[in-house]
Design a binder for this molecule. Structure first.
Ligand code: SAM
Length: 244
């Protein structure tokens, strides 16, 4: 079944953009996923197709109106549409591979891209939107964030990745020790500018290679992203809590 993505945006011309090329583009051509970009402005009933207004409480910038965004959602999602509605916003929960995996195993997603100051919070809550941030920085709009989320999901869809790519062993794959970063990679030549590839990788000894890679993963995660490590304490509390 085709994984369906719908993007609600003021700039539908930005899509598919980079998602129309390479892995994602080939997946789309092969019908493994589909992308529809809908103009939020089409939901405006205003003579001048206005979609925004000034913020209550004052301050700079404009806010996308709740009634317009609601009408855009209703037009994009018929009653009973099972897809989650995701609002890309710096206020959201940080995007993690666990959310990507769970979206990729569902029927698809509807993504709302904000602009200006953002979106009237009442429609975000009334629609039960999942608020997601792609990082601790502010973009000018949600479109690039939506592309990041879609790219991450689409590559996990069955059949999108070929033998040359694999999601089985990569950064953030769940393991006993937590969501580890990946080990380093090397290819030919075995010596470059006097730098030798680690000998173990040339040994042909699969168990030792696996052990070395595992140790490298743990070391780099400890050094760069200790927050990802599953400590004894966290393992205990995870055992007591339902999985998200
Ligand atoms: N006033 C907002 C704030 O301070 O949180 C920033 C609004 S930003 C200029 C306009 C739109 O860009 C947001 O509504 C959101 O859709 C998108 N956006 C910006 N940064 C983002 C991020 N880190 N993750 C996801 N979406 C982002």
């Amino acid at each position: 079944m085709t994984w369906r993505a719908t993007v609600l945006t003021l700039f539908p011309g930005m899509f598919p953009g980079p998602l129309g090329t390479a892995l994602a583009g080939r997946g789309m051509e092969r019908g493994l996923w589909s992308l529809e970009a809908r103009d939020i402005r089409d939901a405006s009933t205003d003579r001048n197709r206005r979609v925004d207004d000034t913020p209550f409480g004052g301050g700079a910038g404009m806010v996308l109106r709740a009634d317009v965004v609601e009408a855009a959602c209703a037009a994009a999602m018929p009653e009973g549409d099972p897809r989650p509605l995701v609002f890309l916003t710096p206020r959201g929960a940080p995007l993690r591979q666990s959310l990507v995996r769970s979206l990729a195993t569902g029927p698809g997603a509807v993504l709302l891209c904000g602009r200006y100051e953002g979106v009237d919070q009442r429609v975000v809550e009334a629609r039960g939107m999942v608020e997601v941030s792609i990082g601790d920085y502010v973009l000018s709009g949600g479109e690039l964030a939506a592309m990041v989320l879609l790219d991450a999901c689409v590559r996990l869809l069955p059949g999108v990745m070929g033998a040359a790519e694999s999601a089985e062993e990569e950064s953030f794959s769940p393991s006993e020790a937590g969501a580890l970063l990946e080990y380093p990679h090397y290819t030919r030549p075995a010596e470059w500018r006097g730098l030798r590839v680690p000998e173990v990788l040339l040994s042909g000894h699969h168990a030792e290679v696996a052990r070395w890679r595992r140790a490298q993963s743990e070391a780099v995660t400890r050094e760069r992203r200790p927050d990802l490590l599953q400590t004894e304490q966290r393992r205990d509390s995870a055992a007591r809590m339902p999985m998200d």
